[in-house]
Design a protein around this ligand. Structure first.
Ligand SMILES: [Zn+2]
Length: 241
């Protein structure tokens, strides 16, 4: 009796130990797999949904879509962006000479799908010397990713948007869409609207805005039948994280 009781206690200990080890291993795996989720409008780490709310929460901006920016500049990274993308994934194509795709950031989760997306590019400044950076952002109104890269309080281009003539245009599917200059410090920023979504173009330094002198030809990488051999480069310094 005593022996069998001791044996059964021993069995329980083993079960508890094995459960503890399994949870510990899961913890390690989950923390390795899960990227840090931040606010699309600032750098704050967001609070995850709870039983009280299904939204991610930023201390400063309230309910937001979580931003993932650790997607590598590679075909695998792009495949991750295209999965569940509810907004266009814009790319200038052909790329300006010497330019490379240098990363991605997406706002949204499994529940919402991707409602904001940013494609980073790096290349030679067409004016003067040195490198330049470009960020092409596509987002539903209110996400705030474009305004963040433009350095605005956001989340959208603001009340002065489109008050004057457009500064340039982009071309997509044989249509031309105007873009307007957005006041931004230390960079050139343009915004327009395509099919109800914001399209933002942000360039560093501001002289790289010269790339918009001619209409920029865009592709939506979600469209089927595109077999583009994209050149990838080192991750853009403009991407958070
Ligand atoms: Zn925030």
């Amino acid at each position: 009796m005593g022996i069998s009781h001791r044996a059964s206690m021993h069995g329980t200990d083993l079960i508890l130990l094995s459960r503890y080890l399994t949870e510990a291993l899961w913890g390690i795996t989950l923390s390795e797999m899960r990227p840090v989720l931040t606010c699309p409008r600032c750098d704050s780490v967001v609070r995850e949904p709870s039983i009280w709310t299904s939204a991610y929460h930023c201390e400063q901006h309230g309910g937001v879509l979580p931003l993932r920016s650790g997607l590598s500049p590679s075909q695998e990274g792009l495949d991750g962006v295209l999965q569940g993308a509810e907004v266009p994934v814009w790319l200038p194509w052909p790329l300006p000479p010497g330019w490379l795709v240098t990363g991605f950031a997406v706002a949204g989760d499994d529940r919402t799908g991707t409602r904001g997306c940013s494609v980073a590019l790096s290349g030679p400044n067409p004016v003067g010397e040195g490198p330049a950076e470009m960020m092409l952002i596509s987002e539903e109104p209110g996400v705030g990713l474009g305004a963040r890269f433009a350095g605005l309080g956001g989340p959208d281009p603001g009340s002065q948007f489109a008050k004057g003539p457009p500064a340039g245009s982009v071309e997509f599917a044989n249509h031309e869409f105007p873009v307007w200059n957005v006041e931004a410090r230390d960079r050139a920023a343009f915004a327009g609207e395509v099919s109800g979504n914001w399209l933002w173009l942000v360039l560093w330094p501001d002289t790289a805005g010269m790339l918009m002198v001619e209409p920029l030809q865009l592709r939506d990488l979600r469209d089927p039948g595109q077999d583009l051999d994209l050149p990838f480069g080192a991750p853009s310094p403009q991407l958070p994280g």
